[in-house]
Structure formats: structure tokens, C-alpha cells
Design a protein around this ligand. Structure first.
Ligand code: ADP
Length: 468
């Protein structure tokens, strides 16, 4: 497996976030400017068209009333002068498009010369058009008169186009400046907001096996970063605990292995010191074999715990009758029962079915009963009770009248290799309860203990009931 080193060329979160925000802002601003420009343009066009229409109708009206080309000529010149001959042009043409009367055409030469839309036909009616001739753009209105002439009223769009261009330039400048300011401010703000993250990563870097007490400072604020700091600190607490447990386990394992190997070595050494009889050799070898078995058992139990914790049991489950499991396990202890003069009582309330691994669950019961026998004096008793605990859960209690567990030892008895001082004189490896806990948890259950010194201990297992 290979891990990729982080790409140094990648931009920081602050850069990316502020860039993203600035882009969203820029797009919104662009849309706003676009809509605004369009509305301004539309307004200008409509106002212009309305004015053209009004003026043309006035010319038509006067012509109808007075019918004199001369009057219209004067009117057109006066109106064009008033609005500016650079902006407005009037022309009355005959059907062929020949100009009859018109205002100053100097600035509308191309339109004046053009006979587009002529000769005139009735079907054309009155209409507006936007046309470009030479480097000029015009808005032109054609209004046919009943007498056959056509009034052509044109307005130059150059000025309003220039105005729109000006507005667009202004908008673009404001747009670029605003986006840059927004991006720069955004960058600084995000950088400031993410400052605690840098502190967190610095602390995480400093956290090491030699420095397990480093913690992230939690700011006095009820925000996401404070909650992240609290979560990370909790994680660091768990890592510290785990590392301490691992260290303790390594020490204990090393200690146990050294003791067992030393015993085998001493046995061998003693056998080599002098010549012995075959019986003596046999006894020494038998001793060594026992120590080897002990060693193998210890290693096997450790491997079993790892296997169970890795979830190996999930694939091998079956429907089990709990009563059968308990009865069969009690059978294993019948001989010890009479030999140690300790009575086993079994109380069951009804039949319960569970889903699990028969052999592994039996291993748990054997461990607990074995401990109960080991830590109970002759004449004592062991009671096993099976009953419904909570809806969908069955409880199995193993209660003894033994030596009990000291209060300070209780939190540790499920840890690997832990043995209370009172237990050290008896045989054992300190692994039975850790294996039992791992098996029960792999069955989605739980195990806990209640105990009183010199009165006895009760181990309580909760297991989910079988459901189809
Ligand atoms: P061991 O091989 O030492 O019995 P376990 O993991 O089974 O290892 O148990 C861990 C420790 O818990 C024991 O060493 C003992 O101190 C304590 N313990 C377990 N069961 C009992 C019990 N029934 N009564 C008293 N102490 C117990």
C-alpha cells in the first residue's frame, strides 16, 4: 500500500472557499447588472418609440388638416431643429420612395439616400424598424397616409448605444473591483475563522507517545470548531488510554512469557547438571511439557481474543437453545462440584432462544464457572439464573459466594492480563474475562460484574433474544 504525500500545489481551504464565494458573488452581480442593463435599454427603446409615434401622428394630423407640403416642410424642420438635427430626421416620400419634403438630412445621409421598403405597397401598413446603414443605426417609423405619401420618421440610436456602452463599461469596472474586494475580504475572513484549525493540526503534530497529555485549547464559544476541538480531545483521551493499555499489556505479556520460558530453561538446566535416572528425566520433561502447554494456551487465547474482536464470529452463528447451552456447560463441572464441595444451582424461568456461536458462548460460561470455582472456598455455592431482562434481551447471572473483587480492581478485571492481588496465588493468566467480554460483545451483548469482598461476585451477561 502506498500513501500519497499531500500535493503542495493544492490551494488552501481559505483560498478555495473565498474563491468559491467570490465566484458566486460575481455571478450574482453579473446577473443583476445584466438584468439592470436590459431594463434600462428596454425603457429607453420604449420611450423613444412612444415619442416617435406621437411626433409622426402630429405630422399626419397637420397634413390631413392643412394638406400643404410647405407647412409640413416647415413643421419637420422646426421639430428637427428642436430635437437636434443630429438626432432626428423627418421625411415625406411618395410611393416610389422619392423624398417630397424633409428636414435637414446631413446626419442621416445614408437613410435619406436609401429607398429600402419602397416602392410602397398597401400591405406594409405602418411599422417600426431598426436598421443599420453605414456606421449609423436608426430607429425608423413608417406611417403611410391615405393620400399615398409615406411619413418616415427616424431617430439615431448612436447616442443611446453610446450611453449603453458607457453604462456597460461602468458596470464592468464596478463589477471587477467589487469581486476583487469581496474575494480579498472573504480570504481574510475565512483565514481568520480557520485559525483554530491550524492550532489543532499543530497540537495533533505534537501529540506523540512521549507527549500523550497534549490537548487542543477549547474556545469559549458554542460553534462547530469548539465542538470539533472537544471531539478531538476526547479522541486523544481514548488514544492515550489505548496506548497505556497496550503498554501495560506488552509489559504483562513480556513478563508472563519470560516467567514461562525461564521455568523451562531452569528445568532443562537442572536436568543437565548431573546424571539422572530415566524416571527423573521423565518427570523433568513432563514439567517442561506442562509449561509449554501453558505457553501455547496463553498465545492461543491472545489470538482468540484478536480473532473475536476482528468479527470472525459473525459468519458462524446459529439458533441456540440457551437452556441446552447452560446444562451442557454445568455437566463439565460435575466432578469438580463434588471434589471441591461447592454446589451449583441452576434457576431458569422459561425457554429462551438466542442466535450465536455455541462453542464460543460455552467458552464464556466455562470461564465464568471456572473463576467461580477457583475463587470460592469449599462449602460455598454457585447459582446460575436465566431470565428475561428487558424486552428482547435475556440475562444470564453467575453468582458465587467467593472471595469477591476489590472495588479498585473492578474496572480492570476485563483488561488483558489483569489479575487482582488476591488471585495471584492461584493459577490463571488474566485473559479469561477479556476473551469472554470480546465474545459477548461480538454477540451484541454486554457483561458486567457486581461484587462484595468476602461475600461473593455476580457476573451478569445480557444477550439479545433470537428474532425471526
Ligand atoms: P484469571 O485467569 O486470573 O482468572 P480472568 O481474566 O478470568 O483471569 O479474571 C481476571 C481477574 O478477575 C482474576 O484474576 C480475579 O482477580 C478476578 N476474578 C474473576 N472472576 C472472579 C470471581 N468469580 N471472584 C473473584 N475474583 C474474580
Amino acid at each position: 500500500m502506498s500513501f500519497k504525500a499531500p500535493n503542495k500545489k493544492n490551494f488552501s481551504i481559505a483560498f478555495r472557499l473565498s474563491f468559491l464565494y467570490a465566484s458566486v458573488f460575481a455571478i450574482s452581480l453579473f446577473l443583476m447588472f445584466f438584468v439592470l442593463s436590459y431594463l434600462v435599454y428596454e425603457h429607453l427603446s420604449t420611450t423613444k418609440d412612444e415619442w416617435i409615434l406621437e411626433e409622426s401622428i402630429e405630422v399626419e394630423h397637420i397634413f390631413k388638416e392643412r394638406g400643404s407640403y410647405e407647412e409640413i416642410q416647415n413643421l419637420m424642420e422646426a421639430e428637427a431643429q428642436f430635437a437636434g438635427t443630429i438626432n432626428v430626421f423627418y421625411c415625406m416620400r411618395n410611393r416610389e420612395g422619392e423624398p417630397i419634403v424633409f428636414s435637414d438630412p446631413t446626419h442621416f445621409e445614408a437613410l435619406f439616400q436609401s429607398k429600402e421598403n419602397f416602392p410602397w405597397t398597401k400591405e406594409k401598413g405602418k411599422f417600426f424598424e431598426t436598421t443599420s446603414l453605414g456606421n449609423q443605426t436608426y430607429r425608423v417609423y413608417y406611417l403611410p397616409l391615405p393620400s399615398g405619401e409615406v411619413i418616415q420618421h427616424a431617430v439615431s440610436l448612436n447616442e443611446s448605444n453610446l450611453f449603453m456602452e458607457h453604462i456597460l463599461k461602468l458596470f464592468t469596472t464596478i463589477y471587477i473591483i467589487a469581486a476583487l474586494i469581496y474575494w480579498a475580504f472573504g480570504f481574510l475572513m475565512v483565514k481568520y475563522t480557520l485559525r483554530p484549525v491550524l492550532v489543532m493540526s499543530k497540537i495533533a503534530r505534537e501529540f506523540s507517545i512521549k507527549n500523550l497529555d497534549k490537548r487542543i485549547p477549547v474556545l469559549d464559544a458554542d460553534d462547530e470548531l469548539s465542538s470539533l476541538a472537544i471531539t478531538l480531545n476526547e479522541m486523544l483521551d481514548r488514544i492515550k488510554l489505548l496506548l497505556e493499555e497496550m503498554n501495560m499489556m506488552n509489559d504483562n505479556l513480556a513478563h508472563d512469557l519470560r516467567t514461562l520460558v525461564s521455568r523451562i530453561r531452569v528445568n532443562t538446566e537442572v536436568s543437565l547438571l548431573e546424571k539422572r535416572s530415566p524416571q527423573e528425566y521423565r518427570a523433568i520433561l513432563g514439567n517442561s511439557l506442562e509449561e509449554c502447554d501453558h505457553l501455547i494456551n496463553l498465545l492461543n487465547t491472545l489470538l482468540d481474543i484478536s480473532e473475536v474482536e476482528a468479527g470472525i464470529l459473525f459468519t458462524e452463528r446459529e439458533e441456540l437453545d440457551l437452556d441446552k447451552l447452560v446444562t451442557k456447560t454445568i455437566e463439565v463441572f460435575r466432578d469438580i462440584e463434588s471434589y471441591r464441595n461447592i454446589a451449583i444451582f441452576y434457576e431458569k424461568n422459561s425457554d429462551f432462544m438466542i442466535c450465536g456461536h455455541f462453542k464460543k458462548l460455552q467458552e464464556v460460561l466455562i470461564n465464568l464457572l471456572d473463576n467461580a470455582f477457583k475463587y470460592t472456598k469449599s462449602g460455598g455455592s454457585i447459582t446460575i439464573t436465566v431470565k428475561l431482562a428487558q424486552p428482547n434481551y435475556v440475562s444470564i447471572q453467575i453468582q458465587d459466594t467467593g472471595i469477591g473483587i476489590p472495588e479498585e480492581a473492578k474496572p480492570n478485571i476485563f483488561k488483558r492480563f489483569f489479575r487482582a492481588d488476591e488471585a495471584r496465588t492461584l493459577s490463571g493468566s488474566g485473559l479469561g474475562l477479556s476473551l469472554s467480554k470480546a465474545i459477548i460483545e461480538a454477540h451484541n451483548g454486554s457483561i458486567e460484574v457486581e461484587s462484595q469482598i468476602n461475600k461473593g461476585s455476580t457476573f451478569k451477561i445480557l444477550l439479545p433474544l433470537f428474532r425471526e
